[in-house]
Design a protein around this ligand. Sequence first.
Ligand SMILES: [Zn+2]
Length: 400
Amino acid sequence: MQRLIYRSAKFRVYPSKQQDAHLRHLLEVGCTVHNLCLYRLRKQLARDKCVLPLENSKRWSKKKHFQQYYQQLPTWFQTGVIRAADRQFFATLRDGVPHFRPKVPTRYHSIDISAGFPIIGGKRLYIGAFDGLRIKPHRPLPKDCQIYQQTLSLDGSGRWFYLVRYSTVIDIPENTGTAAVGVDVGCRTYVTLSTGEAFEHPHFGNSVRERMHALHRVLKHSSPDSARYRVADIELQRIVTRLKDRQKNFMHQLSRQLVDRFDVICVEDLDVKRMLQKTRTNSKLFDTILDSQWSTFISMLTYKAESAGKKVIRVPAYHTSNLCSGCGAMVEKTLSDRTHVCPHCGLILDRDHNAALNILKRGTRQDTAVSEVVPTTVHRNAISSAPDSTTTTEVTHRSK
Ligand SMILES: [Zn+2]
């Protein structure tokens, strides 16, 4: 079956010293233009109570003060910067008027490439009048892909990347497999499967949290123009990028493993934003949720499954921990109760394993195509994440 999919790719770019300085200069000018655009939009909103995207109104851009900066930008960056300001303004309009981007230290770190497509020739990336930027094309783009967005971006560690979003038509393999699994994400174990397997939570954030708090304190108490502020900011950005790299690497590997093993993956439809709001008073839990990046993990699962012709089913997340997967009765628990003990049917299970089984049940009920569920055995009186079938009585649950 052929299907149109949207993907993105990210390539590392190694500019020379001069190119790096030039790109950073462009970022600085871009930041000024961006802020001028926001200023204009805010003024217009305050005066007229109604505002149009700047991209559509050319008259205002003739102003001399604006042109003085705008003209410094190459054509392939000019439209992009206005478009980005429009995007930021209208995206944040509901939550309040957007903030300007501070210039020092720069919080403006991506260049939208708009006019003309850059060309990757061998190991060089050609944009506009730029001499070729050295690039590492670690995987080829599909031949017939349609590129719709391209960005050059600078990360906190000073690394440049070329980001490209494209659509392409791929052949999705026909998959009639029915191996289904329920996946419960959690704070103690990162993922618990309905088969009983548990994957440890890496807690990457723990090793750097103290240092990050200290650096945040420095930033809070020093002036943005001082050297002390700049040094702390650079170190903080480095730590954050390294942390993100490690988290992403872990999530890519785990999601790949799950997609390779199972045909139907059932996950909870979590509202992480709301969870974070609710746990504001419990800083430890708050940090762990932030460190877990469940939404990113689930979106990785989803797109990997899509390409492989497999399915990810999101199920409602209410009471998955409290319901008994054996008899369906409600068994109230606090967060610290790690074991599910059902007074009605006598089922004793690890808390997360019980939740994963509930998720699987809900998922298979939603998806009628999966009639036979593979891991259907639950072990009575066994508190074990890896079931041992020799000594326990097996109860088979049919999906309803
Ligand atoms: Zn029960």
